[in-house]
Write a protein that binds this ligand. Structure first.
Ligand code: SAH
Ligand code: SF4
Ligand code: F3S
Length: 454
């Protein structure tokens, strides 16, 4: 257990009213999971989580810097609540904006007293003690040199059925547009033994779904040399009680056929792969420094299409990267048609600090980026709608995620990661976390609708 200072000392020194904290998280699943670990760390230090900024003594933002809009959010939040500093509240910025901006945050928002990047979370207990002691500028800004991963005794997982496990932190790829290698440091993998121990512990606690996380899970290198990523994936899927295993995100360059073989061989591994392509043009992929060509990417897609199970495939695409011509963009649309993705997350290129692409001439006007994004989304909507239609009449297993009372529908998720809302015809009410067979009665571009069959 982390050392907890005796409570009488903390009371005397306390600069954080009631040792309460509020934490808001922006960004990707890695951030969501980091927040669960940060919450666990704070609770182990005697803090209590509250639901509003008003109730909290310590207000924390776990931030994202992937696009400019994401970065601006935290500064808006800090401005909104600035006046509350007079009540003795302390403010802290964690995550990717913290790492990127460092001490500049104190200038932009002088009421902030803690700035801590993700590679320094293991030092949070000492930082909290400094804040308690009234120190007004506390920083944790370990850079790319760190070899540490952030593992906690207690992780406050927000969902009792589905939980994340980080297997690798950081990124060494340096795609030309991306801040992540600068905000999350170098790649460091956890040993397969520690990942499996955490997965077994979760299975014992009743978790049935596990999502393995990393900026680039395919770069996983077991420090003990025991398992490849595909072997680790299979081992997690073989743990008793684990019914579904997902993994995200995969980088095409390191995506091996052994992963597809594992999905075919181990039933608990989900039939869904998120494989970000970014562009359908090899020329643009080269400018982006993605380290693969369109053909190499398509080869990986062909492995998935040849699998015994029908694997659903999703991707990320950036439109309007500097130098992307109309014909490059046409190649991206052509790739959508060829691959037939189940879903696409699409973004307009956003120039980011420290990245090599910042020096490229961002010659594509905003209206053109908006147009390309709209064209891409319209085409993808047709493709997703057509693919989803194939599920009509099928009976699929869902995990019940919740109830939408306004619609009188339960929310379920299939192992292909699709949302399947459903109704029941009387009988026993479904329970959240339960697995149920649902017959698909209608399909839409982004979801399916069905009826419970038992
Ligand atoms: N590690 C993952 C994704 C990380 S970020 C990968 O390699 O694919 C998630 C997505 O945000 C990226 O896939 C990319 O599509 C998008 N993205 C990253 N930087 C961006 C930028 N500067 N502008 C627009 N989109 C960006
Ligand atoms: Fe960013 Fe590329 Fe690393 Fe993904 S692989 S996190 S896009 S640098
Ligand atoms: Fe954002 Fe950092 Fe994740 S920049 S997308 S929170 S790794």
């Amino acid at each position: 257990m982390p050392a907890v200072a005796p409570s009488f000392i903390l009371k005397e020194m306390s600069a954080v009213p009631n040792k309460t904290f509020y934490l808001e998280t922006f960004g990707c699943q890695m951030n969501v999971h980091d927040s669960e670990k940060v919450i666990g760390t704070l609770i182990s230090q005697g803090y209590r989580q509250v639901e509003t900024v008003q109730e909290a003594g310590l207000v924390l933002y776990n931030t994202c810097s992937i696009r400019d809009k994401a970065e601006q959010k935290v500064f808006h939040r800090l401005a909104d609540y600035k006046a509350l500093q007079k009540q003795g509240k302390k403010f802290g910025v964690l995550g990717c904006v913290a790492q990127q901006e460092g001490e500049r945050i104190f200038q932009r928002a002088p009421h902030v007293s803690l700035v801590c990047g993700s590679a320094s979370y293991r030092n949070l207990p000492e930082m909290l003690v400094q804040i308690e002691a009234g120190k007004s500028r506390v920083t944790g800004l370990d850079d790319r040199q760190t070899d540490q991963t952030f593992e906690t005794e207690y992780t406050a997982r927000s969902n009792p059925h589905r939980g994340y496990i980080t297997i690798i932190e950081g990124c060494d790829k340096f795609c030309a547009y991306c801040v992540v290698p600068f905000t999350r440091g170098k790649e460091r993998s956890r040993t397969s033994d520690s990942v499996l121990a955490e997965a077994r512990k979760m299975a014992d606690q009743g978790f049935t779904e596990i999502q393995l996380l990393g900026q680039n899970v395919n770069s996983y290198r077991d420090p003990s040399g025991k398992k490849t990523f595909a072997e680790l994936l299979a081992s997690v899927g073989e743990i008793g009680g684990v019914r579904r295993v997902w993994f995200t995100t995969s980088h095409p360059r390191d995506f091996g056929k052994d992963i597809v073989d594992a999905v075919d061989a181990v039933p608990a591994l989900c039939d869904h792969v998120h494989l970000p392509v970014q562009s359908g043009s090899t020329r643009v992929l080269d400018l982006m420094k993605r380290l693969y060509t369109r053909d190499q990417y398509l080869e990986r897609i062909s492995w998935m299409k040849a699998a015994r199970r029908r694997i659903s495939i999703t991707t990320d695409i950036i439109v309007g990267f500097p130098g992307e011509t109309e014909s490059d963009f046409a190649e991206t649309i052509d790739l959508l048609n060829e691959v037939e993705y189940d879903g696409v997350f699409s973004f307009k290129y956003s120039p980011r600090p420290n990245t090599p692409a910042l020096t490229y001439i961002d010659s594509i006007p905003e209206e053109e980026k908006v147009r390309r994004l709209a064209v891409l989304n319209a085409r993808q909507k047709e493709i997703s709608a057509a693919l989803n239609q194939r599920h009509l009449g099928e009976t699929l297993e869902v995990m019940v995620e919740g109830l939408n009372p306004a619609r009188g529908q339960w929310i379920g998720r299939t192992s292909q990661h699709k949302v399947l809302n459903f109704t029941t015809s009387g009988g026993e009410e479904p329970r959240i976390g339960q697995y149920l067979p649902v017959r698909v009665t209608a399909t839409f571009p982004n979801s399916l609708l069905g009826e419970m069959t038992v």
